[in-house]
Design a protein around this ligand. Sequence first.
Ligand code: SF4
Ligand code: SF4
Length: 322
Amino acid sequence: MKFSDIPFDKIVMVGNKRFLHTNTFNVNWLLGRYCNYNCSYCWPYAHTKKKDHRPLNVIIDVIETIFLNAHDKGFDKFTFSFSGGEPTLHPDFLDIIKYTSLEDSNVNITTNCSQSINWFNKLLKITPKISITASFHPEFETPERFIEKIKYLKDAGIYLQINIVLVHNNFDRMWEYAKYFYDQGISVQAKIEVEYRNNTTIEKPYTEDQLDKIKNGFPRITETNYTFEMIDQNNKVYEVDNIERVIGLGFNRFKGWECDTGYRSIIIHEPSGLVKRHYLCNDEPLGHIEKGFELYDSPKECITEICGSCADCKIPKYRRSL
Ligand code: SF4
Ligand code: SF4
């Protein structure tokens, strides 16, 4: 069955496998906007040349609070996903990973992979439970140098996939890069380009042919917990290998469903320091990194038209009536 043939109108539960089947609390942490690249398609608010990191002691306090609050609600496993800017440029990044690894935690890092092999080896000594979403940016890196590093990390046992934004006005070139990496045995997550304006997701205009490629191209190479499941009212499970496809297919409309974000998943957003239900939810923030925050007691109804980011989509959601 093609991904685009999944009967979304009959689906009553969705989410990433890891969250649907294990007692895992999720934290998406945008550590700061500081980045050593300056990609032309990056949103102005997503990167800065000025260092904007919060000190380690504040971060450690927050990690401890997360562990306590999540235990209180019965969660005993954790996923921490760090992004930025370029998150690995936080001066205490390796110490942050040490603290998150004091519990049963998986760590995902979305990185442009500009750190040295030596740096990645230090990271691996702290915890082997690392996965990397490696973003390729052709204005600052060659595909040959990039794939060399990726292959080294893969051989070192890191689960990784390459992220590539199919910039809508440079689609063919970006597709060729994606294919170059995929043909060398690396999973590729081809992302559609979206823009966020006034808390609203604006999807860029793609042709039918381009959309069809996004919906069905590059099936995942390795089986992982990152597989997204859609379950219908008869308990039939449809697997989608790449969360970006959920957005490409237009399945990201959950207004009126109950959603676990804010209850078993939060995002921490820098430089504002806000702790929020998730990236693009219209709900009020849960609190602030330095002033405290409160989780919901149970899943809560979604009030947002479009679930615009893949991080938001992957957290379990339940349709109570069809
Ligand atoms: S590497 Fe990522 S955060 Fe940095 S400028 Fe490029 S798109 Fe933006
Ligand atoms: S927009 Fe927010 S509340 Fe709605 S489904 Fe997505 S993550 Fe959940």
